[in-house]
Design a protein around this ligand. Structure first.
Ligand code: GAP
Length: 507
């Protein structure tokens, strides 16, 4: 369970310079946020860690960096122009508008995922749901396309209409042939992309959880259609345990958050149908946990039939226990060959692959598409790091060293008698490799507390003994333990602590 609410987290993020409301001096823009000095560092570290784990540490995934605006036909082919819609509830008198699904869920306490407009209208009538602001009745539920429109070029006519991308995934399909022609990838392989996505959400809410401009980190993982259930990496995850909430449990309305299972057992019992889904869901859970998130705050939930996207054969979400309930953190959809087939049809280009062994061409399938929102991941790491330490009487933000915005803070014990000069030397040496902070103001306790609150894992204090024996005090944020370390060994100590993942007790 998280220690604070989402509003308290938003206030903390603002107070410490992690995230600000966009254009706050003009009253703000709903659904838009700016990352501040610490937040932008944390976000960058998070994205770098994602890229390392998903692209650099693997030999079967390459990356692209596509543009935000693409040919409008991309979005016609993908089905977004026709289908990327949410249902909206609009007040008949005042300007209030709600995402119908969320509003109905909130008022009835029941899932409205994938619910059709007629059923929503019926519930609104039967339960006499009214506008919370002016108490007037609602208009009939309406469909609303979430894509932001713009015009390219000097004219603003129908021909110049283009869209800001609502997902990064489509560019991967549109660039599929170019990537294949310029790499020597063989199935199975993945193409990754991270970057901005835009959705004109009807009612952005819960701080960074649902915004109108956000970032995604996505992989389209392509396989030979005959290998849907043949993942060569399955052994790596077969013992991985996770809380599983299947479609069957949801349909039967079992009073449970799910059942903890090993991936191997979930496959044997048919709870998870394809090996690739088991593999990618476990890998994604592991990624979060490897960076300090709490394993028990996650579960995987299968989509029930009516909530699947227009392109998905089967989808599992990786969910996180946010203070406002279990919510989607990442979607892992089986998109089959839907997207490549659609782009072949609309572009008249051949996007199939020649398979040497089969002596024939096939259109690869995307059997699992790990699709993660950066901003939601940011929230997860913040929530799981946040600790109000009663003894220390301050927040200790236990961010993983890889993610921490500042890795090391350096202090002279007092700001005189040669200590600042020595401390500056230490600071200059360390900041060649890591983002460091130099601080001379306030008591040493106060300086430690300030760093605890922003998640700096290590502090180095230079004192009078440092001038005599060349040692400094290194303090560990999480348990406030300290060690004396020779200055000449300091760099390698931090290599072990930050790059090699050694514990403070070990080094
Ligand atoms: N390519 C598939 C796709 O885009 P999605 O479930 O619509 O699937 C994937 O989005 C992820 O993007 C979500 O799991 C979530 O983490 C993030 N995301 C989606 N809409 C968002 C929003 N309005 N604000 C913040 N993150 C969002």
């Amino acid at each position: 369970m998280t220690e604070i609410t989402i509003d308290e987290m938003a206030a903390f993020c603002k107070r410490k310079g992690f995230v600000f409301t966009n254009s706050e001096i003009y009253g703000g823009m709903a659904g838009f946020f700016d990352y501040g000095p610490l937040g932008s560092e944390l976000k960058k570290n998070l994205k770098d860690a994602w890229w390392k784990y998903h692209v650099h540490d693997r030999t079967d995934v390459v990356g692209i960096d596509g543009s935000i605006i693409a040919h409008p036909k991309v979005w016609e082919a993908s089905g977004h122009v026709a289908n990327f819609e949410d249902l909206m509830l609009e007040c008949s008198k005042c300007p209030e508008k709600f995402k119908a699904e969320s509003f109905i869920e909130e008022k009835t306490g029941k899932s409205a995922d994938g619910m059709k407009a007629e059923e929503m209208n019926r519930i609104v009538k039967e339960q006499k749901l009214a506008c919370p602001k002016c108490k007037s009745h609602f208009k009939e539920v309406e469909e609303f396309n979430l894509m932001f429109k713009t015009n390219v070029g000097p004219k603003t006519d129908k021909e110049s209409v283009a869209y800001l991308r609502p997902e990064t995934a489509q560019l991967i399909f549109a660039d599929f042939k170019n990537v294949l022609d310029t790499t020597r990838l063989k199935l199975p392989f993945g193409i990754a992309q991270m970057g901005k996505a835009f959705r004109n959400e009807i009612a952005p809410r819960n701080f960074l959880f649902r915004c109108r401009e956000f970032e995604q980190m996505e992989i389209e993982y392509f396989i030979h259609p005959k290998d849907t259930n043949n993942c060569p990496y399955l052994d790596e995850v077969k013992d991985h345990e996770i809380l599983i909430y299947s479609a069957e449990m949801q349909v039967k309305e079992e009073k449970t958050d799910g059942k903890v299972m090993k991936m191997e057992d979930a496959l044997k019992k048919g709870v998870i149908k394809t090996q690739w889904h088991a593999y990618w869901l476990a890998m994604e859970h592991r990624w979060f946990v490897s960076l300090g998130a709490k394993a028990e705050n996650f579960r995987i939930r299968q989509h029930v039939d009516k909530e699947k996207s227009h392109y998905a054969l089967e989808t599992w979400d990786l969910e996180y226990k946010f203070p406002f309930g279990w919510k989607e953190l990442q979607g892992v959809a089986n998109r089959t060959d839907y997207d490549l087939q659609q782009h072949m049809k609309h572009s008249k280009q051949d996007l199939s692959i020649f398979i040497e062994e089969d002596k024939q061409r096939v259109v690869p399938h995307v059997v699992a598409e790990p699709s993660q929102g950066v901003d939601r991941a940011f929230l997860v790491f913040m929530f799981d790091a946040y600790n109000l330490d009663k003894e220390r009487e301050n927040v200790v933000l236990k961010l993983h060293p890889t993610l921490a915005p500042i890795k090391i803070a350096v202090f002279p014990l007092v700001n005189k008698e040669g200590l600042p000069e020595k401390a500056k030397q230490v600071f200059d040496m360390l900041r060649k490799e890591w983002n460091c902070f130099y601080d001379t103001s306030g008591s040493i306790g106060r300086r430690y507390a300030r760093q605890d609150e922003i998640g700096t894992p290590f502090c180095v204090t230079v004192d009078f003994d440092s001038l005599k024996d060349g040692t400094v005090t290194v303090r560990n944020r999480d348990d406030a333990t300290q060690k004396r370390v020779k200055i000449e060994k300091l760099f390698m100590t931090f290599v072990q602590l930050i790059f090699q993942g050694k514990s403070f007790a070990e080094v």
